[in-house]
Write a protein that binds this ligand. Sequence first.
Ligand SMILES: [Ca+2]
Ligand SMILES: [Ca+2]
Length: 686
Amino acid sequence: MHRIGAAFMLLLVCLAATAARAADTRPNILFIMADDHGYQAMSCYGSKVNQTPNLDRIARDGMRFDRCFVTNSICGPSRAVILTGKYSHLNGYIRNGLTFNGEQQTVAKLLQAAGYQTAMIGKWHLRSEPTGFDYYEILVGQGPYYNPPMRTREGVVKHTGYTTDIITEVALDWLKKKRDAEKPFLLMYQHKAPHRNWQPGPKYLHKYDDKKIPEPETLFDDYSGRGTPAHTQEMTVARHLSPYDLKLVPQRSLNKEQHAVWDKAYGPKNAAFEKANLTGDDLIRWKYQRYAKDYLRCIASVDENVGRVLDYLDDSGLADNTVVFYTSDQGWYLGEHGWFDKRWMYEESFRTPLLVRWPGKIKPGSTTNSLAMNLDFAETFLDIAGANIPPNMQGASLKPIFMGQEPQNWRKSLYYHYYEFPGAHAVQKHYGVRTDRYKLIHFYEVKEWELYDLEKDPHEMKSVYADPQYAEVRATLEQELQRLRKQYQDDGSVISFGAQRAKRVRRRLAASFPPDKTPDKTVTLHGKGPALTISSRQLNPEYKPFCVGAWCKPSEGSGVIAAQGGASLGYSLYLEDGSLCFAMRIGGGLKKIVGPSIHLHKWVHVAAVLNAQGEARIYINGQAVSAPLATGFLTGAPSDSFNIGADAGSLVSDYKTPLPFHGELRDARLYWGPVDQKLLARWSQL
Ligand SMILES: [Ca+2]
Ligand SMILES: [Ca+2]
C-alpha cells in the first residue's frame, strides 16, 4: 500500500509540474514580406525570368494563393492595411509620406494581449514609432541597400554590409537569442528589396551578366486600348528610369570598399553601353535588360536569405509549429505595359504573391483560386493564435482556405482604392471592383471609366467600357461597386478613426500674426508673398480640429489670408474674386467652401473652423456664413509650411498662383482644438 501511495504521489507531483510549466503550444507566425516583389519573378508562380528555389520551398511544402490582392497598391498603405485589417480610409494611412497612427488597434497589439511575443524587423516605412511590438529593429524611412542604420527602442544601431543580409541576421539573432522561448511569437521579417533603385548585393553583381531576360509581351504597349491615365503616368522603362536607377552614375550609401567592387561590376557594363550608342526600341530594350537584371539580382538575395531562415527553423525544430507566410507589400511591373512601379488596379500591381506553409495543416503543394486580400492577414494571424477577431476589422481569416474549405459566404468581388495623386509616377486616383472575370475601374478625378474582360483579355489591353455588348456587365459591376463602397464604409459615411483622436485635442493658440503679440498692430501686404512662414513640423495640424482667422482690409478681391500645406494635404483661407473661401486638401482630394463676397477697403473679421466632428465652416464677423461641410481631418503633417498672406510652394486649392494678399491684416490667429462661438465673438469685436 505504502509503495502504491508513493508512486501515486509522485505521479501527482509530476502532473502538477507539467501543468505549471506547460509550454504554450500555439503556433508561431513568421511573416516574411518583400517590398515590390511581383509574382512574375518567382519560379513557383511560373516565372519566365528567374529561379527562387527557397521561396519555392514554401510553396512546395504549403499553399500558393493565385488570387491574392491588395486594397491600395503602394508601400506604406499596404503595411497599414496588414497591421490593422482595415482599408486605408479607416486606418488613416491612405498614401506614402504620412505618419501611421500607432495609437489605433493593430494585430501586433492584439496578439501581444493574447500572450504572443511580437517583433518587427526590417522595413517599417510608417514613420511613427512601432507600437505593439516587444522588439523592433527597423530601417529608417525607405532605408538604403547598403550599410543601413536601424532604429530600435534604445536608439539607432549602425550596420555595415548588404541590407537584405543584415535584416536576416537581425531576425535570426532575435529568434536565437532575444525572444522568450516559452511564448509563441509573431515575427514580421520585412525586406527592403527589391524596391527601387535595385542595388544588388556584392554576391550577385554578375548574376545574369551573360543572360538575356525574356521581355514581357506587353513591353511596347501603346495604351491605345485605355483612357487618359495610362497615357499621363510617369513610370515607363522608356522614359522614366533615371541614370541613377540604371547605375550609370555612382551610387549613394556604399562605402569605399563597396564602391570598388561596384566599379569592377558596372564599369565594364557602362563602357559597353556607351560604345553601343543605342536609340529607339533598342535603347528601351537595353534599359529593360539593365533594370530587370538588377531587380532579379536583388530578389536572388531575398531568396537566399529566406532560405537561411527556413534552414534555421528546420535545424532548431521550430519549423513544425511555425506558420510561414511569404508575400510582398504589393505586385509590380517587370516591364509589363512598358512599366516599372505599381499603384494601378491593373493585374500586375493589384495582385501580390502569397505563399503559406503550415506543417500538418496545409496540404503540401496545394494552390487556391479563392479571392484573398492583404486585408485578411491580421484576421488570419489572430485565427491561427486562437484569439478573437474584432468585428471592426474588414477582412476575414484565410484559415479555412488553408484547409481547402472556402466558407460559403466568401467574397466574390474585390474592392480597391488608390489615392496618391498628385504624387510620384503620376497615377490618377481610382477605385474599382474586380470579380472572377471582370474589372471595372473609375478614375474619379478625371471622370473616366475602364472595364476589362479578364477572360478574353488577360493582359487588360482594351477597355470594353463603351462596348454595348458589355452594357449589362457594366451595370451589374457598377451596382457591385456601390455595394462594396458602402460595405467598406468608403462612401463618405465614416470620416475615419481620426475623429476619436481629434476629440482629445485641447484648445490652444498655435500661431499668431504679427508674431510679437501685438493684436492691434496692422501690417500692410503688397502682394509680395508670405508675411509669415512656420514649418509644418513645428506646427503639425494632423488630426486636429482648428480655427484660423484674421482681421483683414483687402485692396484686391483675391488673396490668401492663411494657408498650410499644399496639393496633398493642407487647408487655405482665402479670397477669390471677392468671395471668402476655405479649402481642405486631404490625400490630394479637395473640398472647398465658397462663401459670400466681402467689401474691399473695409475691415472685416474672417475665420474658418474645423470642428471636432471633422466639419468645416466659415465665419464673417463672428457669424457663420456657410453650412458645415464634412471634410475630415488632415491625415498627416503637410510637407509645406504654414503661411500668412500667400500659399507658398505647393498650392492647397485650385487657384493657379500662390495668390498673395493685397491689403492690411491684423490679429491673425491659428488655434488647435475646438473653438466656440464665444471666442469668435470676442475676437471679431473691434
Ligand atoms: Ca512596395
Ligand atoms: Ca503651400
